[in-house]
Ligand binder design. Structure first.
Ligand code: COS
Length: 380
């Protein structure tokens, strides 16, 4: 079924990407994850897919940063491989603050490399004591002449081990959200040390990165001093519904694997699909996937139509789609029985892949807070 939120160019984009990703070899799970991720960035760059993450003057494709296109990209890649999806998503999330808030010099310096896959981006916001509560972060940037001295520690940084640059949020002023600024920091800057590789249920290049008196030129700041929180939130507004789209890709794959399985697997002399308990699962998976798609595509469509903020819609999309995908994949594992928890099975991999999406870019509980605030403020 064609969803009403898209036009012919979106469908063509999705078909081409499906065809492309279908021909790519997927790295084995035991492969070095840093190397595998680098290779995905290279391949996505060479094939031109990363051009959808950057504006046209810097090598971007037609309709760059169109949120529906980003959603379709993440959904299509996630259907096939979580790491390919991650590599694409991080090039977008880790460069969008430059696209939207960077000086012409910063755009020229970083964006062409992001779009061609020659530069790997990271988004360094979270700290050990400030993940959900962004306004509490303590990494500091102190102005000295025409440079900032940057010190602190960031953790759970996606691409932390392989990034060429970080979009980094640090405190330049008062306590709370208004005292934060955003910077572009080259990973070769003196004083940067990767202090920990973080191993997760589904392997990704995640790290803790320590910054000691790193010298960042004033020209590396995005926007004005104090704009950091709004830059982070505006970026997350745009990308949160795309996390929902990635969840949709994982859920759809689990659903397709499940339907094929229940139609072919025989139990008590009949296909598994003949059991009403199986049918209940299939019905709820199908409905939750469509409900997720509606929320995700609605948020993306609203942004592409020029909405300034889609904070509530994006939060609803991310919250619902990631939670629903977790339920669908759990049902899929149940339908596969022993095979469902066996290494090497698609649904077992999906079960590990989906979990982090309910946490990163704002945990489900944060999305609920955001939604409730909007609803209650709107009601007063
Ligand atoms: N776009 C632009 N501006 C925004 C915004 C958005 N989406 N959301 C908030 N702001 C603005 C507010 O309007 C407010 O501006 P004023 O000071 O001019 O009034 C300012 O930013 C502070 O907003 P708020 O008072 O809501 O700040 P809080 O500290 O209460 O924010 C939440 C709380 C939970 C919303 C925020 O910390 C959050 O989203 N946390 C999750 C972060 C996250 O996703 N972490 C994962 C790391 S990235 S993998």
């Amino acid at each position: 079924m064609r969803w009403p939120f898209f036009d012919a160019r979106h469908s063509a984009f999705q078909c081409e990407l499906e065809e492309w990703i279908g021909c790519q070899s997927v790295p084995a799970s035991e492969e070095d994850v840093d190397a595998a991720c680098r290779r995905w960035v290279e391949r996505l760059g060479d094939a031109g897919w990363l051009r959808y993450c950057i504006p046209i003057p810097f090598g971007g494709a037609e309709r760059p940063l169109d949120v529906r296109t980003l959603c379709l990209a993440r959904q299509t890649l996630a259907y096939r491989d979580g790491l390919a999806e991650f590599a694409f998503a991080m090039q977008g999330l880790g460069s969008a603050p430059i696209s939207f808030f960077g000086s012409p010099e910063l755009k020229q310096r970083y964006l062409p490399g992001v779009g061609s896959g020659k530069l790997i981006a990271a988004f360094a916001l979270s700290e050990k004591e400030a993940g959900s509560d962004v306004g509490a972060l303590t990494t500091s940037a102190t102005l000295q002449g025409d440079e900032y001295l940057l010190s602190g520690e960031k953790t759970w940084i996606s691409n932390g081990t392989i990034a060429d640059f970080y979009i980094l949020f640090a405190r330049t002023g008062e306590a709370g959200p208004r005292g934060l600024s955003a910077f572009v920091v080259d990973s070769t800057t003196e004083g940067i040390h990767i202090t920990e590789r973080i191993e997760t249920t589904a392997p990704h290049p995640l790290a803790t990165v320590h910054f000691t008196n790193c010298r960042i030129p004033v020209s590396g700041r995005l926007g004005s001093e104090g704009d950091g929180f709004k830059i982070a939130m505006a970026t997350l507004d745009r990308f949160r519904c795309t996390v929902g789209a990635a969840a949709l890709g994982f859920a759809q794959r689990a659903f397709d694997e499940s339907t094929a399985h229940v139609l072919s697997r025989k139990l008590f002399g009949a296909p598994l699909s003949a059991l009403q308990m199986t049918q209940a699962k299939i019905a709820s998976m199908a409905t939750e996937i469509d409900a997720s798609a509606l929320l995700v595509y609605r948020a993306a469509f609203a942004k592409d139509q020029g909405a300034d903020r889609i904070t509530k819609e994006a939060a609803m999309a991310k919250w619902y789609a990631t939670e629903a995908a977790q339920r669908c994949i759990d049902d899929a594992v149940q339908l596969f029985g022993g095979r469902g928890v066996t290494r090497g099975e698609v649904v077992e991999r999906l079960y590990r892949e989906i979990r982090a999406l309910r946490i990163y870019e704002g945990a489900s509980e944060i999305q609920q807070i955001v939604i409730a605030r909007h609803v209650l403020q709107g009601a007063t």
